[in-house]
Design a protein around this ligand. Structure first.
Ligand code: NAP
Ligand code: GDD
Length: 330
């Protein structure tokens, strides 16, 4: 019989890639979708008709209990969150409720289902929990043992989610794993994140639809990988006999300036500076200066390895945005 997976955050970037992967592996895929008028419902229905949508919200425990009852899942992937770090400074309490406490609601729905011993749980933890401040590991990168020091309401909420997942593993013997994922991007990345904002602007500048882009801090460094590679790692974590925590990253870090250089190079522009203006509105009250992941454990234990490198990622995203923008009249 086909395995069943329940995905929260089905309308997000990772939800899309994970649903594709699990469908290819023969899973029956259920996805929790929120809101009465969610415009992304039609996108999922058209692009991924194999996904069985269940209405629910991480802040509504009864909806999660109902979703677990309906799907009877073997695996639950909790990808839902308010995931934008800058936005989390504007709505910190909502972020605590959704990104933090919402995970407790999902864990309780599983614990009380009567099938907790048959359900494997994945929590979308994040490199934002490290915060970059205590970065003293040149060349090594953050691994599963590194110190956490979150620098945003988002990072703090995710740290609660991380620890409550570990607590349910230890307290109730649940097969609950946390993937501590460094930034991952791709064709499905939201336009509010810096990589996609840049590749979309580069495409529009190339096509004469826009003349500049406004950004915040250009000095920050991130470990950027491809989302399609990272969902494979999530799945591998839940196939292990024992639950655990795993870092997924590339082992490389690049600045926003390097991303700009690579993206503009893809459309034949050598000097990006005339096209970029700095706007303080995009600065954050506290910044994570540098993130670099050490995925040695995932590579050894899970046999996971990223397949897309930094230049490959930027090229793929710019080409995708040129295609989308060429087909749109606005
Ligand atoms: P994303 O594109 O922002 O997707 C977030 C998803 O969460 C959307 O489907 C959204 O639904 C859903 N959601 C938001 N509030 C909800 C609520 N109250 N109830 C139910 N669903 C809700 O994020 P992503 O990039 O795919 O990331 C997936 C997960 O991994 C997130 O938890 C993120 O924090 C974490 N993560 C991401 C990265 C990365 O680099 N991408 C790295 C580390 C960790 P709507 O469409 O209705 O808004
Ligand atoms: N979004 C955005 N927009 N970021 C900008 C901009 C801008 O105009 N200008 C500069 N930046 C800088 C941010 O200050 C930050 O240092 C860096 O670009 C990356 O910002 P984001 O792309 O928003 O990603 P993030 O690193 O803050 O968070 C992402 O990765 C985390 C994992 O480390 C998100 O996907 C989180 O959900 C995820 O947990």
């Amino acid at each position: 019989m086909a395995k069943k997976a329940l995905i929260t955050g089905i309308t997000g970037q990772d939800g899309y890639h994970l649903a594709e992967l699990l469908n290819k592996k023969g899973y029956e895929v259920f996805g929790i979708i929120r809101g009465q008028h969610n415009p992304k419902r039609i996108t999922v229905e058209r692009e991924q008709p194999f996904v069985k949508l269940i209405e629910g919200d991480l802040t509504d425990p009864s909806s999660l209990i109902r979703a677990v009852e309906l799907a009877q899942p073997d695996e639950v992937y909790n990808l839902a969150a308010i995931s934008h770090v800058g936005h989390s400074f504007k709505v910190p309490q909502l972020v605590a409720d959704v990104t933090g406490k919402g995970v407790l609601n999902m864990l309780e729905a599983i614990r009380l289902s009567g099938r907790a011993d048959q359900i494997r749980f994945y929590q979308a933890s994040t490199s934002e929990m490290f915060g970059g401040l205590d970065y003293n590991r040149p060349g090594l990168g953050y691994d599963e043992e590194a110190v956490f020091h979150p620098r945003s309401p988002y990072g703090v909420a995710k740290l609660y989610a991380h620890w409550i997942t570990k607590n349910y593993r230890e307290s109730y013997n649940m097969h609950a794993s946390c993937g501590i994922l460094f930034n991952h991007e791709g064709e499905r990345r939201g336009l509010e994140f810096v990589t996609r904002k840049i590749t979309n602007a580069v495409a529009r500048i190339h096509l004469g639809k826009q003349d500049h882009i406004e950004l915040g801090n250009l000095d920050a460094k991130r470990d950027w990988g491809y989302a399609g590679d990272y969902v494979e790692g999530m799945w591998r974590m839940l196939q292990q006999d024992e639950p655990g925590d795993y870092v997924l990253g590339t082992g490389e870090t690049h600045s926003i300036e390097e991303f700009l250089t690579e993206a503009f190079k893809a459309v034949g522009i050598d000097d990006w500076k005339p096209y970029v203006k700095q706007n303080p509105a995009f600065m954050r009250p506290a910044e994570v200066d540098i993130l670099l992941g050490n995925p040695a454990k995932a590579e050894t234990v899970l046999g996971w390895k990223r397949t897309v490198d930094f230049p490959g990622l930027v090229k793929l995203m710019v080409e995708n945005d040129i295609k989308i923008e060429s087909e749109s009249s606005k």
